[in-house]
Design a protein around this ligand. Structure first.
Ligand code: GLN
Length: 612
């Protein structure tokens, strides 16, 4: 959460110091953070018209990537209209997964898109909500920060927005700040963002702010042709707000026709060479190159007068690396594997967006086509003890991802038992790690009724329990262990093999519960290996079985999927996909799959498990 003990809200002194230098006796409210260099920092603002869900995040992160690959320093920011302070309390089935930044901020899934596309760790400065902005303004007001003035949407709230943007530019030394405004132009809740950006462009002056309107060209079935009217109306809405777009990007199902582009150019006063077709593509990874071919990047450089900051040889190398990835992605895959993920089908992709992406990254690198099977664990519970066996039949690997609450937990445990006993590759993430401990405690250590106190507070063997420090903190919002933390890796283990013998790795966490320290010795005695732990405290963070007993069984208290990047896939996912290939093609020599990701002495594949 925003104000976790590690990340307190700014003190009143800090808030006052920040507003103290602002001028109060003029209509110009031009808050500038210390160290800001006028003209050094430029802005690309992406706003949506017509409708939401056009992929603004993918669009802006792709443009940002193009500029980053030219050697420019980029800093994206997502400005959300909602009043929540962060995304921690949002329901992932409604809003998509909660993504956790290294500094512990819980954000929406778009920040994951930016991190993956840019291969760049972001911070709380790269994300804001209306709630955060209003809270800062109200805090200042309570501390006398406005020196007797009435506090208004304009200039004070808009001033806060401009201040945050400039502060981001300074703190991340950005050549270009990429601003993505949530929702669409005309929404009541983002009106003050749009106004703040209009003011920003005015204050920063010519060639400093490039407005990109992402619009939508509809193609009604009944007409069979593209119509530009909705796009025109959307653009007009933006112009009514005093913003004239520099670039119009048209989302559409098919490539936008020349005629439609001409219409849009004519009605919005945007030269036709700055109107772009952003039609659907098979893969988001091909978007940067497609934009480059259409010269979108060059137009932005011209608008912002940035040509002289481009580093050509850097760009050539970056493009080459990216192209290798895209070529592999588009090439026909050598292997086909079936991987089960426990999760409700209907909620699927957005709620587990990072898991989905991490699997994709690993699959591309190992030339595997992954067929994802969503396993409804409540169904397993209804089917009784053999239910899991039936559902897992034919799968080459299983992932139990993170989650909260009891629903389907017994089904998950049944899946894990099946993976353990039938030697099916398994990756447990957070809750999936905890459930593997429960399963082992019950079935191998003989602790009948072992559970997590999250579901069963009266369990006789609470092998998973609240973290001691979390027990002291009351209330839902503040008691999560969040963000990037160090994990100490035990040598000569599967984890050590996967992490390339690293002694310490940094991974992202989001949990309240952990392995109860009283049961660690017992679990270890019965063969469970804790191969990753907190460097100082007895917090268990990775578990595994020796590779002589199981080809791939590993669990992580952290979320490996959140740091997987296209060019730097997560080792735990690479290991899983390699093991799945091995499972599907048992006769293939290990060195044909990938000696880097298959540990040297893997067990024989399970007997009696069908392969494909
Ligand atoms: N519900 C568990 C906990 O709070 C697991 C959390 C998760 O999977 N992200 O510890």
């Amino acid at each position: 959460m925003l104000d976790s003990p590690e990340n307190p809200a700014p003190s009143s002194e800090e808030l006052l110091a920040e507003v103290g230098h602002r001028t109060q006796d003029t209509e110009f409210f031009n808050p500038i953070p210390p160290g800001y260099q006028h003209g050094r920092h430029k802005y690309v603002v992406v706003v949506g018209t017509v409708m939401s869900g056009l992929g603004k995040g993918i669009f802006s992160s792709s443009v940002a990537k193009l500029l980053k690959d030219k050697g420019l320093k980029v800093a994206p920011i997502k400005m959300e209209g909602y009043l929540n302070i962060d995304s921690g309390t949002l329901n992932p089935y409604r809003h998509g997964e909660v993504f956790v930044l290294d500094d512990g901020l819980e954000t929406d899934m778009d920040l994951g898109t930016y991190e993956r596309m840019l291969d760049q760790d972001l911070t709380r400065d790269n994300y804001t909500t209306s709630g955060q902005i209003f809270r800062r303004v109200l805090d200042k007001e309570r501390h006398g920060g406005y020196l007797g003035r009435d506090v208004q949407m304009i200039p004070h709230v808009t001033g806060e927005v401009k201040y945050l943007l400039r502060q981001l530019a300074v703190s991340q030394n950005a050549d270009v700040v990429f601003v993505e405004v949530g929702g669409t132009v005309g929404d009541y809740e983002n009106g003050f963002y749009i106004e703040a950006l209009r003011e920003l462009a005015y204050e920063e002056g010519e060639s400093s702010v490039c407005f990109v309107a992402l619009t939508y060209v509809i193609e009604p079935h009944t007409l069979g042709e593209q119509k530009s009217k909705a796009a025109q109306l959307g653009l007009r809405k933006l112009m009514e707000a005093g913003i004239h777009p520099n670039i119009v990007a048209c989302r559409a199902h098919h490539p936008v026709t020349e005629l439609v582009m001409q219409k849009i150019a004519m009605f919005s006063n945007v030269p036709i060479n700055r109107v772009f077709s952003m039609h659907d593509r098979a893969s988001i990874y091909s978007i940067p190159d497609a934009m480059r071919e259409a010269a979108l990047d060059r137009e932005i450089l011209s608008i912002l007068r940035l040509h002289d900051r481009v580093n050509q040889s850097y760009e050539d190398r970056a493009r080459e690396r990216w192209r290798t990835f895209v070529t592999r992605l588009e090439a026909e895959r050598r292997y086909k594997v079936h991987i089960g993920i426990t999760g409700k089908y209907t909620s699927l992709r957005d709620a587990y967006a990072s898991v989905d992406k991490a699997l994709e990254h690993a699959a591309v690198h190992l030339s595997a086509e992954v067929d994802v099977h969503w396993i409804d664990t409540s169904e397993i519970e209804a089917m009784g003890r053999t239910g899991a066996d039936d559902l897992i039949q034919g799968l080459d690997a299983v992932i139990v991802p993170g989650g909260f609450g009891q629903r389907g937990s017994e089904g998950k445990i049944a899946c894990i038992r099946c993976c353990r006993t039938q030697r099916i590759p398994y990756l447990g993430i957070c809750l999936g790690f905890q459930m593997a401990v429960v399963e082992y405690a019950r079935d191998v250590c003989g602790l009948a009724g072992a559970s997590s106190t999250e579901f069963d507070p009266r369990s006789p063997y609470p092998v998973i329990d609240l973290l001691p420090e979390q027990k002291k903190i009351e209330g839902l919002a503040a008691n999560m262990r969040l963000g990037g933390k160090e994990v100490e890796i035990k040598p000569d283990t599967l984890a050590s093999f996967l992490f390339g013998q690293a002694k310490v790795v940094r991974q992202r966490f989001r949990h309240r519960y952990e392995v109860h320290p009283d049961y660690i010795a017992q679990l270890e005695q019965r063969g469970l290996v804790f191969s990753g732990r907190h460097p100082q405290q007895p917090i268990m963070q990775v578990l595994e079985f020796p590779t002589s007993e199981h080809p791939y069984f590993i669990g992580a208290q952290f979320h490996p999927e959140m740091t997987s990047r296209p060019l730097r896939p997560s080792p735990l996912f690479m290991g899983l996909v390699a093991a799945a290939i091995r499972h599907a093609y048992p006769d293939l020599p290990a060195n044909q799959i990938s000696t880097r990701w298959l540990p040297p002495q893997t067990a024989r594949p399970a007997i009696g498990v069908p392969s494909h």
